[in-house]
Design a protein. Structure first.
Length: 890
RNA sequence: GGAAGCAUAGCUCAGCUGGGAUGAGCGCUCGCCUGACUAGCGGGAGGCCAAGGGUUCGAGCCCCUUUGCUUCCACCA
């Protein structure tokens, strides 16, 4: 025996060995080669803080499937890997770690902190990569990049300076989302709204009388969820057409506690239907109020410090935390009789997606990207189909964002990230944006300039990922050859954060789209449909699954029965099934190799191939076509399902069983050789089709199989993807074998129903007037007998000489008789046949109904009509057979 | 408030441009250690495809309405 395979498939050990082989052979590496067509995927860079989770596992499985598929098809496939510095996520983790050591980030200082961060990167940055390797990911590791490596840093600076010159990047005081715990601004996309139970405080402000003193009878009542912001109120607003308050237009109210007189303004922003129709205006602490304030030229009074405590503008409340101040203010208002009532109220509160702290809207000087112009080509590209989103419905989500675009706040008050290339003159305050620190101030000539302390939003660099990883801003060969990339595979949850930003960046800086297709996948949830999360502790570690079941089983599980963009639930039972399938493939291969052992398998002539051989070759041929089509259309789950069904059902359960008698019959070497050749050929191609999904097991078997050859290829990875061949299509044999399969199924069914012991054989008479059908059975006699547990198979044109009490099975074009004289229960037999008769009558009624419908005949396509006619003939014949048999029994 | 998705076998899901639901896995049930595989083999039960309309010769699939669940966006004090 050439090589002994173990009885059950054991992935451990084997996977690492094969992966190392692939690395050694440089199969993952792609070089610019103009004789080949490139196929490129850039990896969504995992965070350096990251641990491989099921989302990564799914994302990377999909990418690896596509890249391996295209590589086998002969494309120059590049899967560009790398990691992301993940500015805030990493900074939070490091800060936490420092805290554990009793060190405050600010005491440590920026430089030392960054040293720690780089140490962290060194320690953990490689972890996720080694985990991706466990999955079998065929990334070109020689090209691994990092969002903060030298090249990416250059790209970021270049982009910032260029966009600033064009006026796309500006600095301005805007209301932004502030996280008082992380001490940084965050973008709109980072705010996560949570429904929280709170209160609605109804408060009234006294209206100012003509004499300039507050009235003690006339008030304006309104409601607020954040009473502490009243310290910064600079107006009260009503709707201009609200008759209830029209007499107050032009008047003022007294802001209690602060004793500030503030105007009553009119603005259509006010909803007359909501509450009392009165809104207090706090421009410094509410985005809408900020807009109102701008329209009415109201002062902006910031009453909060960065840590959300009240600042010196808050009078006697200065120094209190925002919630402490809230309580104190409510208490005082109540004492003054200005608190009307308190209502329970659940509302959405903006929180920071990283730390869940309630976000505080604050007015701050920040850097922004002006989006209006930039977004246009990005929206257009999806609209005109230059970029395709899969599934298509994601376009709606996409346009929802592009149509309501807001300027992107890109500055973060963090240390870990790309520092903003803006420098301020220590003398005159002039701001200079430049690739390198200027020697002197262009305005006053001062030589002391200080760089902006802020860093950029982490997505600023990932937006450039598809081209910065290929060398941009250098015009490298790689960039020219591999860009634009082909497919981006990612979760729909980062469409705003990342996908859109890459698209407009691609158009802006490269003048071209970053990728042709975006393939979205959903979330991997737990068995109860919940999101996997650390806080719930319901996460399933992919590495544990790999350890136990193998990477192939995990990959197959993640990809089967799942459509693009749909969430999926993770079940251990499904992994077990995948593992069982791996074992099935393993054992089928083991069986084939055992039988090939010691023999030289030669290519059989056309005549030497038997109908069953042609049947399975033809079925394989169809599979090649269908599965390839599905994969080209990114229907990965459907494609692999077809391969799975083919291997397990058609190949293992039918073909191998059909061929066994020929393998065991040493007298007919020609037939045996034809069977072995077919087995080997079909197995090899099936393994190839399966390889992108289950790379390890297919490689192991393929190589073992190849070792039995004189000239063997060294890896399935670099073998050619099977192609549909017209000369391998045998529709006639497909039909013929289908009839035999039906006969076998029918006989098994009857035997099972009658409780015939499996070991008990009986003769089977095949009665048909159709010469071709008899020929089919004649040719398949050997295996038909074995599958149908027949002691002998007798073919005849009529039922002469058959025991009239025999059990019968009707299949299209033939009736089978099995004489079980001692077992047959005529009543039961009648019942069975009557059931079959009824079924056929139903079918006939349906087909006849269609074919007698003139509108059907005139409107339905030709092919459909022909199909129905064929069915009519088939069922009519079968019914005649059943009728005749019933007649005979009665 | 706006939008999207989902509702198909006991459970979890597939079902391509409308053309018989022999759909998959698990579960259930009956029978088998049949010279690759009990991580297996053979048989079986189980679905008026959420409800109601419409378009069509024909609807799980297209249109409208309703109900239930999920998600995204906006965020009104």
């Amino acid at each position: 025996m050439g090589k002994e395979l173990a009885k059950t498939y054991d992935p451990s050990g084997l996977e690492d060995r094969l992966y190392q082989k692939w690395l050694d052979k440089k199969y993952f590496h792609a070089e610019v080669d103009h004789s080949k067509t490139p196929f490129t995927i850039v990896i969504p860079p995992p965070n350096i803080t990251g641990q491989l989770h099921m989302g990564h596992a799914l994302d990377n499985t999909m990418q690896d499937i596509l890249i391996r598929f295209k590589r086998m098809q002969g494309y120059n496939a590049l899967w560009q890997p790398g990691t992301d510095h993940a500015s805030i996520a990493t900074e939070v983790r490091i800060t936490e770690k420092l805290k554990e050591e009793g060190i405050d980030k600010h005491d440590l200082g920026r430089e030392k902190f960054l040293e720690r961060a780089w140490e962290w990167k060194k320690e953990y940055g490689g972890r996720i990569i080694s985990q991706l390797k466990k999955m079998g990911s065929s990334c070109d590791w020689d090209r691994e990049r990092f969002t903060m490596d030298e090249g990416c840093n250059r790209a970021v600076t270049e982009v910032f300076v260029k966009m600033h010159e064009k006026g796309y990047i500006y600095k301005g005081a805007r209301i932004i989302n502030w996280c008082p715990v992380c001490n940084t601004s965050i973008s709109d996309a980072e705010v996560e709204y949570q429904e929280q139970a709170g209160h609605l405080w109804h408060i009234k402000y006294p209206v100012m009388k003509e004499d300039g003193t507050p009235s003690d009878t006339e008030f304006l009542t309104f409601a607020t969820t954040r009473p502490e912001t009243m310290l910064g109120d600079t107006a009260v607003a009503i709707h201009p057409e609200d008759e209830r308050y029209s007499h107050l237009i032009g008047k003022s109210v007294m802001l209690p506690l602060m004793n500030r007189v503030i105007p009553v303004v009119t603005d259509t922003y006010v909803d007359r239907e909501f509450g009392t129709g009165v809104v207090k205006i706090t421009p410094a602490h509410d985005p809408n109020d900020f807009e109102v304030g701008k329209r009415h030229d109201l002062p902006v009074i910031n009453v909060m410090n960065d840590n959300a405590s009240i600042n010196e503008n808050g009078g006697k409340f200065a120094g209190m935390d925002r919630y402490e101040a809230r309580r104190a203010i409510v208490k005082e208002l109540e004492a003054l009789g200005l608190l009307v009532k308190i209502e329970d109220y659940t509302h959405n509160v903006g929180t920071h997606d990283r730390c869940k702290t309630t976000v505080e809207p604050l007015v701050k000087e920040q850097w922004f990207v002006k989006m209006e112009e930039l977004i246009k080509p990005a929206a257009e590209a999806v609209k005109n189909g230059e970029i395709r989103l899969i599934p298509e419905r994601m376009e709606k989500t996409y346009f929802n964002w592009t149509d309501n675009i807001r300027d992107w706040c890109i500055s973060r008050q963090l240390w870990w990230g790309h520092r903003i290339p803006a420098y301020y003159c220590d003398e005159c305050g002039e701001c200079v944006v430049a690739g390198q620190a200027p020697q002197q101030c262009p305005k006053c000539g001062c030589t002391h300039l200080t760089q902006d302390p802020d860093t950029l939003d982490t997505w600023f660099s990932s937006a450039l990922w598809p081209f910065e990883t290929l060398g941009w801003p250098e015009q490298t060969e790689e960039l020219k050859y591999f860009y634009p990339t082909d497919v981006l595979v990612t979760g729909y949850d980062i469409i705003f954060f990342w996908v859109i930003r890459m698209i407009f960046s691609g158009y802006e800086h490269m003048g071209e789209k970053p990728f042709r297709t975006v393939l979205f996948h959903g979330l991997v949830r737990d068995g109860q449909g919940r999101k996997m999360s650390k806080s719930l502790g319901n996460g399933i570690d992919p590495l544990e699954i790999i350890e136990k079941y193998g990477a192939d089983a995990l990959r197959l599980t993640l990809i089967t029965g799942n459509a693009p963009g749909n969430d999926m639930r993770f079940y251990y039972e499904r992994v077990e099934n995948s593992r069982n399938f791996a074992n099935k493939v393993w054992n089928a291969s083991r069986f084939i190799m055992m039988n090939m052992d010691g023999k030289t398998v030669t290519v059989p002539s056309a005549q030497e191939l038997q109908p069953v051989d042609r049947w399975i070759l033809s079925r394989l041929n169809t599979l090649v076509k269908d599965a390839t089509d599905n994969m080209e259309n990114f229907e990965l789950g459907i494609a692999v399902q077809k391969v799975y069904d083919f291997i397990w059902d058609e190949f293992c359960d039918w073909y191998i069983e059909m061929v066994k008698p020929r393998l065991y019959n040493t007298d007919d070497a020609v037939s045996q050789n034809a069977a072995l050749w077919t087995l080997k050929t079909v197995l090899t191609d099936a393994l190839k089709l399966l390889h992108p999904y289950m790379p390890f097991i297919t490689e192991e078997i393929y190589c073992t199989l190849q070792e039995m050859e004189e000239e063997h290829s060294e890896s399935i990875m670099i073998s050619r993807w099977p192609e549909y061949l017209e000369e391998r299509s045998f529709p006639k044999e497909e039909k013929a074998i289908e009839i035999i399969k039906e006969a076998v199924r029918g006989i098994r069914n009857v035997r099972s129903e009658m409780n015939v012991a499996p070991g008990r054989k009986a003769s089977v008479h095949v009665v048909s007037q159709d010469k071709e059908i008899l020929d089919t059975f004649e040719e398949g006699k050997l295996f038909f007998a074995s599958l149908a547990s027949a002691s002998e198979v007798v073919l005849q044109m009529d039922k002469a000489g058959i025991d009239p009490d025999a059990v019968s099975v009707v299949i299209p074009g033939a009736t089978l008789y099995i004489p079980f004289a001692d077992l047959v229960d005529i009543a039961q037999e009648l019942q069975r046949l009557e059931k079959e008769q009824k079924r056929l009558e139903g079918e006939l009624a349906r087909v006849n109904g269609m074919l007698s419908n003139e509108r059907f005949l005139s409107k339905a396509p030709e092919a459909k009509i022909a199909e129905e006619k064929e069915k009519l003939a088939k069922y009519t014949k079968m019914k005649e057979q059943v009728d005749a048999r019933l007649e005979q029994l009665r």
